[in-house]
Design a protein. Structure first.
Length: 243
């Protein structure tokens, strides 16, 4: 499946393909690829096929759907009815299942999109969402995040088993020196819209700083402003993925 979301929606709306056939192809891709990358906490096959069939009925009744039949996944930060919202943390494993969908999921459904799996923080076995890439005994050359893998591998239809890390990672990431203070870290995160900063000493990786660690240092208002700055879209791009 290499078509864009707009191409899929147009094909389904025009009757060239059915939303059901698109959902089946996407689900098959998840079954084939996900064992290698461990990207999803739940694959909602029955729900996906039911939603796709509903889309086909809505198209047959001449309803206009901007995202007709477009398959999508949501990060496990958003409630999906019948699935526990883990937010990428093992401490939430005992959470009860969500009773209803988050507003985002509801609006996607109304627009004709089809929910396939619920995306989690990748590398969940290590309980993290990013891994620095090093060479030559610790020299930092890049960083790869869960978002990188989902967008640059899964969404692009590539085989994760044959795609090199160098083709997926964000090279030349924004970094921090060990003697930098928290204020400098917050400014770097806000300026470059990143949530993770590799800490390097003379080019060698010595650690990684994340927004949650800054949040624990005290001033909730200041940290809130930093996170707001990270999340707001800017004309420029950070040097590595924000998710």
């Amino acid at each position: 499946m290499s078509e864009s979301a707009l191409q899929i929606a147009a094909s389904v709306s025009q009757g060239a393909v059915t939303a059901t056939s698109v959902a089946e192809a996407a689900l098959d891709a998840v079954v084939r690829i996900d064992p290698a990358i461990n990207a999803f906490t739940a694959v909602l096959r029955e729900r996906a096929l039911a939603e796709a069939q509903e889309v086909d009925r809505r198209i047959a009744s001449r309803e206009t759907l901007p995202l007709a039949g477009v398959p999508y996944a949501v990060k496990n930060l958003f409630d999906v009815a019948g699935v526990a919202t883990l937010a990428g943390a093992k401490v939430h494993l005992q959470r009860p299942k969500a009773r209803s969908d988050a507003a985002l999921v509801t609006r996607m459904h109304e627009a004709g999109a089809v929910l396939l799996p619920q995306a989690a923080t990748l590398m969940k076995q290590e309980d993290c969402g990013a891994i620095p890439v090093v060479k030559d005994g610790g020299t930092l050359v890049g960083i790869i995040t869960d978002r990188d893998i989902v967008l640059r591998v899964v969404a692009a239809g590539k085989d994760p088993r044959s795609t090199p890390i160098s083709a997926v990672m964000s090279a030349d990431p924004v970094t921090l020196e060990p003697d930098a203070d928290a204020d400098e870290a917050e400014k770097l995160m806000a300026d470059h819209q990143v949530r993770r900063l590799p800490v390097v000493d003379d080019g060698r990786l010595v650690g990684i700083l994340v927004t949650a660690q800054l949040a624990r240092r005290g001033n909730a208002k200041e940290v809130g402003e930093t996170i707001k700055g990270i999340s707001e879209a800017k004309s420029g791009r950070g040097s590595h993925a924000r998710g």
